[in-house]
Design a protein around this ligand. Structure first.
Ligand code: AMP
Length: 397
């Protein structure tokens, strides 16, 4: 057992999640937890690696409802649970690396200044991602911090794939390109492939990260060649409450002819659309499967069809497909969505093993028939361990 610890921080707009690892050859999870509802009713919870509840309580009612308070509360709790051990490094999940950051980076005052320039690219997430770095630099000045970016994995896409067909100089000047997201998840999946399927690891693999946010990526020898999300995490697949791709001229129509404000249109496409908007019932796939309403079925149909369509488009980008991987909440758990998507992609050489598809396992497992030309896998994602690995590697550089 190691005495050195790795802390992973994933700070969102209204929550701060943490994971604590032991710094073994590959980091070993000790516990994870979060403060949720930061601006409303902040509550702390933590679980051991085995899933046992270690803590669950509201934050003191008189404490300011801020990220700063939430972070200090987490650190205090961790101090009480890590006696005799040393915090060696802190890794942060950062949604947007902008045009500058193409790999994990050690956090310095200069890096923080550059990170501030990414705020217009991710106005909801970037401030929440950056603030804990400043607070921790003050509280724990001797502990190195490493920022890990969800966009970085996609920087290997060819220029034609990263570009939009806007005036070239305009895009260059304003940092406009298809950045892509969920990169830490894809990177983790790419790190698992060599262990389970050499052909998938060295060949052409499409990964479907289907969660509340959903995207897909085409990997060639583990490197990203194309992905469905673009300048922001709105493009591509329909999601829990996000539209996915739609005709951008619709925005002008809403602003000009429907008398909507910019904020109202933004809320429409980010918060009221996707599975929720189509069904009128829920953004959660489980609720849609449980409903008899025709529009619940419509939303599921729309989702599955678009996953299949994007898969075919990504297959064109990498000139074929050797393996398909499902991951994240829907990808790992939803037997029906996987069945429907694979059915629609049979013509690509996908032959699903129905019995394997319904089997549950926390480990990576194959769900295609042995003679399926394309191997299909379910691989549970683990973005936190990817951040922990990067944090260690970057801190010792
Ligand atoms: P994530 O964002 O990866 O945490 O995924 C969250 C989403 O996964 C939820 O909104 C659900 O729609 C979906 N999900 C989780 N568990 C299941 C399940 N057992 N069956 C279907 N969908 C699920």
């Amino acid at each position: 057992m190691s005495d050195a610890l790795i802390l992973v921080i994933n700070a969102g707009s209204s929550s701060i999640k943490f994971s604590l690892f032991e710094a073994e050859q590959d980091p070993q999870l000790i516990c994870k937890g979060q403060v949720e509802g930061i601006f409303t009713e902040p509550a702390f919870s933590a679980k051991s690696a085995a899933g046992d509840t270690l803590a669950a309580s509201p934050l003191p009612a008189d404490a300011p409802k801020t990220h700063d308070t939430a972070l200090r509360y987490i650190l205090n709790w961790l101090r009480g649970h890590t006696a005799g051990k040393t915090l060696a490094v802190i890794g942060h999940r950062v949604v947007h690396g902008g045009p500058t950051f193409t790999q994990p980076v050690r956090v310095t005052p200069q890096v923080l200044d550059v990170l501030d320039t990414t705020i217009p690219l991710a106005p909801l997430h970037a401030p929440a991602n950056i603030l804990p770095m400043r607070v921790l630099a003050e509280l724990l000045p001797d502990v190195p911090q490493v920022a890990c970016f969800d966009t970085a994995f996609h920087r290997t896409q060819p220029e034609t794939t990263q570009l939009y067909a806007l005036p070239y100089e305009f895009s260059q000047q304003h940092g406009i390109r298809r950045y892509g997201f969920h990169g830490l998840s894809y990177e983790y999946i790419a790190s698992v492939l060599p262990r389970i399927d050499t052909r998938a690891a060295t060949g052409r693999t499409i990964v479907a990260h289907l969660g509340n946010g959903a995207s897909m990526a085409a990997l060639s020898a583990g490197k990203c060649q194309a992905t469905t999300m673009g300048f922001t995490a709105l493009e591509g697949l329909p999601m829990g409450t996000r539209t996915g791709s739609f005709d951008p001229a619709l925005v002008f129509h809403c602003l000009t002819h429907l008398d909507m404000s910019v904020q109202a249109v933004s809320d429409l496409v980010h918060k009221q659309s996707g599975l929720l908007g189509l069904s009128g019932i829920s953004s959660d796939m489980r609720d849609l499967h449980a409903s008899d309403e025709p529009r619940a079925k419509l939303a599921v149909d729309y989702f599955c069809q678009h996953v299949a369509r994007e898969a075919a488009s990504l297959a064109a980008a990498i000139e074929g497909i050797d393996a398909l991987v499902f991951t994240a909440g829907i990808g790992e758990n939803d037997v029906i969505v996987r069945q429907r998507v694979c059915q629609q992609l049979r013509w690509l050489g996908i032959d699903l093993d129905e019995a394997a598809n319904v089997q549950r396992s926390p480990e990576p497992h194959r769900i295609s028939r042995p003679d399926s030309r394309v191997a299909v896998y379910v691989i549970p994602t683990n973005e936190e361990i990817m951040i922990a690995r990067h944090a260690v590697a970057c801190a010792v550089d």
